[in-house]
Unconditional design. Structure first.
Length: 420
């Protein structure tokens, strides 16, 4: 986690003046009795750091008109308190000021406490973002985190999940992780996840499971390895019947339902490689990623222009509309997870023009409806922790696809920030 702060303690002996060899070894006790190591006194420390980023962005539509120009500032204040006995407290407070609305919104992205039992079992209690999954964008084995990894660069930090994590290491080759989700969402049902991770040669693998009351359990497998110069990461999740909610038509009305097909798999695979350019290794990195979602849509639901009668809570506000309106209005639209097949390409070129600048170009495509998003930009960060960036994202493909249903065609974003 980039939000975690690292505190290193170092000690080095120093001698003032000159001491002769005769004086040094004249006392027999200094030779025959070993010196007792002085106990290291644990100290309480409290550290603060943060980031402040100014953002200006504009959205252009296929009609040629410019969307609502948006500018805002986002600030993150990070607190790291180190206590005795390996206990640590961490908080990440995020605030956003929007110029157009002249209002400030704030939230605690993370707030947790770390402690351990005799340094054999490690716990983290509170609101936290977990590392659960190995691929860059798609993590089908991760059913814990509140927010998924975004395709377009995020300004700020991900929202943490509230619960208790336990980590029990067995040497360097085996790890057991468990997480109890104590804030499972609107239905308030508890959830839990378990993962056993092990190392065999140069390959790291893990088996996992997730369960929630009134939901089908999900079983997962992930792997991280290397073949020659290529890094390989993969994830597979399967469940007996699907937990995802879809839209179904019956008698001219739309209903929200869960698919009842047996054993619905989801899988992601990432292949990445670093290339030497000039005098620097891995100056250029390229990663290709694919995602398979067994129950995803094979045709874009936004292209269905027929009118349906709505059911459920949405009907009180909007009694009828299109299938796309029903999906969005009921919160059933989840970017990058709606279709059956996806592919993405990520490229990064460091030391672009100057040492502190990085060029990135990424592309994602819904292979079923042929819509996609192409994002390219530069980011500059110097030794004084000043940063500036420019990002342009074009939404490509036929109209009313996953990435084009809103009519947006181009997003331009400028950022400037400082870390302290």
């Amino acid at each position: 986690m980039k939000t975690l702060l690292v505190l290193a303690l170092a000690a080095s002996p120093a001698f003032a003046g000159d001491v002769s060899e005769a004086e040094l070894f004249s006392d027999a006790e200094m030779i025959t009795a070993p010196a007792a190591a002085a106990p290291v006194e644990e100290k309480k420390t409290l550290g603060f750091s943060g980031e402040l980023t100014a953002v200006a962005e504009d959205l252009f539509y296929s009609t040629g008109s410019s969307g609502a120009f948006n500018s805002y500032m986002k600030a993150n204040l990070l607190m790291d308190a180190r206590l005795k006995g390996g206990v640590k407290a961490f908080a990440n407070l995020e605030a956003t000021y929007t110029r157009g609305a002249s209002e400030t919104e704030s939230s605690l992205r993370e707030l947790f406490l770390d402690f351990n039992l005799d340094r054999k079992v490690y716990f983290r209690a509170g609101k936290q973002v977990l590392q659960w999954g190995r691929c860059n964008l798609w993590n089908p084995t991760d059913l814990i985190n509140v927010e998924k990894n975004p395709f377009i660069r995020r300004i700020g930090y991900r929202e943490g999940a509230y619960g208790l994590k336990a980590h029990m290491p067995f040497g360097a080759a085996y790890n057991l992780y468990a997480f109890a989700d104590l804030d499972a969402g609107d239905d308030r049902d508890p959830a839990g996840a378990l993962k056993f991770e092990f190392l065999t040669g140069a390959t790291e693998m893990a088996f996992s499971g997730w369960a929630r009351r009134h939901r089908r359990p999900v079983f997962g497998y992930d792997i991280s390895s290397r073949a020659g110069d290529i890094d390989i990461a993969g994830e597979l999740a399967v469940s007996r019947r699907d937990n995802t909610v879809y839209a179904r038509e019956q008698g001219g009305s739309l209903y929200a339902y869960r698919e009842n097909k047996d054993w619905t798999p989801r899988a992601a695979l990432t292949l990445s490689r670093g290339f030497r350019v000039g005098d620097f290794n891995d100056r250029l990195t390229v990663a290709a990623e694919t995602f398979y979602n067994a129950n995803g849509y094979t045709k874009s639901p936004f292209r269905d222009g027929r009118l349906y009668t709505f059911t459920g809570p949405l009907a009180a506000l909007l009694p009828a509309g299109t299938r796309g309106q029903f999906i969005v209005g009921n919160g059933l639209y989840e970017a990058n997870y709606m279709a059956r097949h996806y592919a993405a390409l990520f490229t990064t070129f460091t030391r672009f023009i100057v040492t502190d600048m990085t060029l990135s170009a990424n592309y994602i495509r819904n292979l079923n409806d042929e819509s996609g998003a192409l994002s390219a930009g530069v980011n500059y960060r110097n030794l004084q922790d000043f940063s500036a960036g420019f990002l342009a994202t074009a939404f490509t493909g036929p109209a009313k696809g996953e990435y084009t249903w809103s009519g947006a065609r181009l997003l331009l974003q400028l950022t400037a920030g400082v870390s302290f």
